[in-house]
Design a protein. Structure first.
Length: 273
């Protein structure tokens, strides 16, 4: 049975409000996170989500005075309401990509956002997209992962914006925070909070390696030598779909389009090895 998820309060500084945009790619909907130091006046709002008045009213009520709106990456289900909500709250929008910013500077790796005692560190974590970031909330030993890690299942890496090599490097970066004792739980942008960060991150790596092995086996079955793939194999007009039909034969065909995006990313990774 799928665990029910509707947001809530986590740690001493996190409040998640679930946006009403459920779907195949968004799971229960987009998680909008409000971060505030206990007793503080100002907050940071992460991923306002869709332009839905009811959702944004609820976020505004919880957030109070907003110092900044932060987006974890450029996808529409995270950013659609970012500028209008920032205008409403009298603040700017910040993201890694300057195109996502409004009346504020882009974020950079290692930057610490400090708001009335709240301290959140920006961690660049490309892979799902080139502009993906995560946010380290040391005081609650939590990592806001955006779409890099989901509360259910695994994330889609869409070629060419998504990159599997970068994704593996980012997972290692995130895992090192667990090893250092800075992170224990993952607060994703879709699906429920994950209390065992180490187990989830380790599973993600194993899952990706298993999928790569399946893709290599499918290529061999299709008469393609994995070691001899051309650099532009990800752009091949038919091969990615052929691989999907082998590797994802037990998956509902409605998901094959997303699977093909991931296969293209996997083929690009194999061609560079």
């Amino acid at each position: 049975m799928t665990e029910s998820w509707d947001g809530g309060a986590y740690g001493d500084r996190g409040r998640c409000l679930l946006a009403p945009n459920p779907g195949i790619m968004t799971l229960d909907g987009t998680n909008t996170w409000v971060l505030r130091e206990p007793g503080a006046r100002r907050s940071v709002v992460v991923d306002p989500g869709p332009l839905d008045d009811g959702h944004l009213d609820a976020v505004a009520e919880v957030a109070g005075e907003v110092e900044a709106v932060v987006v974890t990456h450029h996808h529409h289900d995270h950013t659609e309401a970012a500028r209008s909500f920032a205008e409403r709250m009298g603040c700017g929008v910040r993201g890694l990509d300057p195109d996502q910013c409004w009346r504020a500077d882009p974020l950079h790796d290692g930057e610490v956002l400090e708001v009335d005692g709240l301290r959140v560190e920006v961690l660049t974590t490309p892979g799902h997209t080139a502009d993906s970031i995560s946010l380290v909330n040391d005081a609650d030993r939590a990592l806001l992962t955006g779409d890099m890690v989901l509360g259910r299942g695994t994330t889609v890496i869409v070629h060419p914006d998504g990159d599997l090599g970068g994704y593996f490097a980012s997972l290692a970066k995130m895992r090192s925070l667990v090893t250092e004792g800075r992170v224990a739980a993952l607060w994703p942008a879709h699906g429920p909070v994950l209390p065992d960060a180490a187990a989830v991150l380790d599973h993600y790596v194993v899952h990706r390696r298993e999928r790569l092995a399946q893709v290599e086996a499918a290529l061999t079955r299709l008469g393609r030598a994995p070691a001899d793939l051309p650099a532009d194999v990800a752009e091949h007009p038919t091969l990615p779909r052929e691989v999907v039909e082998v590797v994802y034969s037990d998956v509902d065909e409605s998901l094959w389009g997303a699977a093909e995006w991931s296969v293209r990313a996997q083929l690009a990774y194999l061609a560079r090895r």
